[in-house]
Design a protein around this ligand. Structure first.
Ligand code: GTR
Length: 432
């Protein structure tokens, strides 16, 4: 059978694409669970083809971004907030190979009115996030370091020291020394600093933007993923003030729900040089139309606050979604995008993540960049596709391992330029 509008065709009847509505990419039926193919990133909503980079930048990209805002993540407010930055600590770390900086960022609603009095929401106070940065000790204004920026789940202390809290899965620390020795800085903050991960919009950064009398986002306004993505951009603002950071090479990365946030941040904020999705699954880079593992229904039942309220209406009706998640990857184009899957992470649908990367490729190619250099998902024995849209799948389950980080750094070396650092063994497969 082919993927058709009605879903009733047979393989003998028609080639891929026959019977599809306009603006749909034909894909093998086995790749989707709903009829109608995938939205074609290179066809505008009114059916106009996207033939040139100018068509993409001026028309199709803004239209797609607006569609993701309206139907999936919600619109991020554009209003400014007052930002404060206070350095809490700056010391040598990793036996002198790194500089460790802790900075407290605070965000407040701007004072309004002729007299500068706080507006009616001023009583909701401010929001603070503590940013932890490790920079190679050699980083300087003359030789700034590229930086991986990734939010963390359990606090900056767990990034540095791991967790031995046996009430939750034990977490190893991030491979800070390995990344620093390869020439990369690492910046992080706990995602809950920007918006606590509960269905309560009275805290976090949302209230900083509410209209008078508002107490939760409207139908098409940002949810928690939007707030986490906003936080990533505010950390980027901060990093760009530090002359030891190479502002042109900040890579946004994230695992799982934070991989979803990282990809959305890279779509919204073109200052990110590269995006990394680790096991991001549903609402990340896995195609929603597959309905494999976590579905729109499952995710919007358990985590309604991650998205805009409108997204839940697509539960069980994924074929009516104006977008699918390959177009989220396409919004990163032509910047490098790296997608990582784990074989046993079936809830995140590894094959759907691969297809999300694959079907973004036509946009990269239109923009003169290489898309994903694989038509078939690689095996875990030969896991890495090193093209500009990169991909790997490793054995094991849902996690962001040292091996995953090493592959992210390989991809950044390859596509953003190798940075000076200690020579390391870069030949091993993804894993452990
Ligand atoms: C799961 C959720 C996934 C993924 C994951 C995580 O419970 O269903 O979408 O985001 O959490 O963030 O660890």
């Amino acid at each position: 059978m082919t993927s058709t509008d009605s879903g009733t065709g047979t393989g003998a009847e028609a080639e891929l694409g026959a019977g599809l509505p306009a603006g749909r990419l034909a894909v093998p039926e086995a790749e989707l669970s709903v009829p109608g193919g995938l939205p074609d990133p290179l066809v505008c909503a009114d059916g106009a083809p996207v033939r040139t980079p100018a068509d993409w930048w001026e028309r199709r990209r803004p239209e797609l971004l607006a569609a993701f805002e309206r139907h999936v993540y919600g619109r991020t407010p554009e209003g400014a907030v007052e930002v404060g930055a206070q350095v809490l600590a700056e010391d040598a770390a990793l036996d002198g190979r790194a500089t460790r900086v802790e900075t407290r960022l605070t965000f407040r609603r701007p004072a309004v009115g002729a007299a500068g009095a706080p507006d009616s929401q001023g009583s909701q106070g401010s929001v603070a996030a503590t940013v932890l940065t490790y920079l190679p000790a050699s980083a300087s204004a003359g030789s700034p370091a590229p930086v991986f920026l990734a939010l963390n789940f359990r606090g900056n202390d767990v990034v540095e020291n791991g967790s031995a809290d046996h009430t939750e899965p034990v977490q190893p620390p991030w491979p800070l020394a390995e990344l620093v020795d390869r020439g990369y800085g690492v910046a992080t903050a706990c995602y809950q600093d920007f918006d606590p991960d509960v269905d309560d919009f009275g805290n976090g950064v949302h209230p900083l933007f509410y209209a008078p009398g508002q107490n939760r986002p409207g139908e098409h306004e940002w949810g928690a993923l939007g707030a986490w993505a906003w936080g990533l951009s505010r950390i980027l603002d901060h990093l760009r003030e530090d002359r030891r950071v190479d502002a042109a090479r900040v890579i946004v990365a994230g695992h799982s729900r934070l991989g979803k946030a990282a990809m959305w941040a890279a779509a919204l904020d073109e200052r990110f040089a590269m995006a990394v999705s680790n096991n991001s699954g549903c609402g990340g880079v896995a195609l929603s139309r597959r309905r494999v593992g976590e579905t729109v229904e499952a995710i919007t039942s358990r985590f309604p606050h991650w998205f805009c309220p409108a997204f839940a209406a697509y539960a069980g009706r994924e074929e009516t979604l104006p977008v699918d998640q390959h177009e989220l990857v396409a919004l990163v184009a032509p910047r490098p995008a790296y997608v990582a899957s784990a074989e046993e992470d079936t809830w995140a649908d590894p094959y759907g993540e691969f297809l999300g990367a694959k079907y973004a490729s036509p946009v990269y190619e239109l923009l003169g960049a290489e898309g994903l250099a694989a038509t078939e998902q690689p095996s875990v024995d030969r896991p890495v596709v090193p093209s500009r849209v990169g991909y790997h799948i490793r054995p094991g389950g849902h996690a962001m391992t040292d091996g995953d980080w090493a592959r992210f750094a390989d991809a950044a070396d390859r596509h953003l330029g190798k940075v000076s650092g200690r020579p390391t063994d870069r030949s091993g497969p993804a894993g452990g």
